[in-house]
Each structure stands twice: as C-alpha cells, then as structure tokens.
Design a protein around this ligand. Sequence first.
Ligand code: ATP
Length: 233
Amino acid sequence: MPLLEVRELCSHYGDLQALFDLSLDVGEGEATALIGANGAGKSTLIRAIAGLGRRSRGAIRFDGQAIEAEPAERIAHRGIALVPEGRMLFPSLTVEENLRMGALSQRPGHWSLTTVYALFPILREFRHRPATQLSGGQQQMVSIGRALMANPRLMLCDEISLGLAPVVIEQIYRAFVDIRAQGTALLIVEQDVTRACRIAQRVYCLLKGRVTLAGRASDFSAQQIANAYFGST
Ligand code: ATP
C-alpha cells in the first residue's frame, strides 16, 4: 500500500477547474517528482494534500486513512509537512525560533535542532539572527529544517529551487538524499525536469490539471517527458 494515495481529485477556484480526476501515489520513503509548466496545478495539488486548498471531489489517503476532509493541523500531526512556495518564514523570529515552530506537533523521531544543524551547518552559525536577514538559499534551508522538526513521514516541497543559485540548489538536493535515508518520503514540485528526474524514483507530469505522464523516471526518454510537459504529441 502506498504511503500517500490521491484518487480522482478535482479542485476548483470558483468557476475555474484546476485539477481533473487526478490520481497519484507516493511510496513509503520514496522521492516522487511533480513536474509541469506554470499553471499546471502542482501547487493546488500540494496544498490540497496538506489540507490548505480546495478539494471539491476525490479521495486522499495517508497510511490507509482518509484525510481529504481533515483540517491542516490534523494532517500535520499525522506526519505530512509542507515546505511552501515562497518559504513563509516568521519574519520577526530568529532562525532557531523558526525551526522550533516546526516541532509543535511533537512527533518523535530523528530530526531535532541538533540533526537539522548537522544537515545545514550554516543555520547553527546564524541561529540567533532574524530569519529574514539570511540569503534566499539559507532561508530555504530554514524552511526545510522547520518542516523536518515535525519528523514527517512525507515532506511536500513546493518549488524550492526557484530563484536560488545552482550551488545552493545542489546543496539542498544533497540534503534530500540524507532526508530520504532517514525514512521521510518526498513529493517535490520542480520546474527543472532533469534535476527532478535525477532524484526521484517516480515522476508525474501535470498539464492543465491532468496527469500526462506517470511512472519510473528512468523509463522515459527526454522526448517523452517534453511531450508530456508541453502537451505536444
Ligand atoms: P506555478 O508553477 O505557476 O505555481 P502550478 O502548476 O503550481 O503553477 P497552480 O498554482 O496550482 O499551478 O495553478 C493551477 C491553476 O489554478 C492555474 O490556472 C491558476 O491560474 C489557477 N489558480 C491558482 N491559484 C488560484 C487562486 N487563488 N484563484 C484563482 N485561480 C487560481
């Protein structure tokens, strides 16, 4: 049984339908990439899983339990953590205070201030600084660290590389390998298809709210992925 099962999910913003009968699986401890052009519906899906969006129809199961009607706090307690697009740090809090906010659900596990600082040593150095004084890449590390502090079984990462320098993106993707090694599954929204396919065991491509490609990343040619991404045949 997959850790996360999304079945025939539909989502609307008023009259606009953003997701059409969308189904997706994430396996326990697996990295899954969600790719697709702007407006494909990636953020809508991620937010719906986290309990933050509109889910007009369909099922979402986590560890076999139906979560589609649950509020975001309950879903977080179950072990789903979101690293949101734009990082959404608390601007008046220090790095360490932001990290501690992630531990509010008090799930036991590997991740703590000590292990997050070992993963991103620069955060220990800057722990007493206001989070917003850090560079974009360092802020992204705080956002990932805050999610880890909840010891999630599944971490949802929305466009974490957006606007970051390649060297920082590499550092974050290396951290993902360690995070998976500790047993956390990842659902990663990424516009860079090559990078997404390198880390992920499974890839889903969305186009205008529908899945146009799904399966093992290694099974698809670059041309097949491009066709699914742009909707060409
Ligand atoms: P991006 O990479 O630009 O974030 P995305 O794949 O994450 O794109 P979504 O942000 O999920 O796509 O958007 C899916 C569709 O829903 C788009 O047509 C978008 O214009 C629309 N949409 C998203 N958020 C809202 C909103 N708050 N109100 C109205 N329509 C919205």
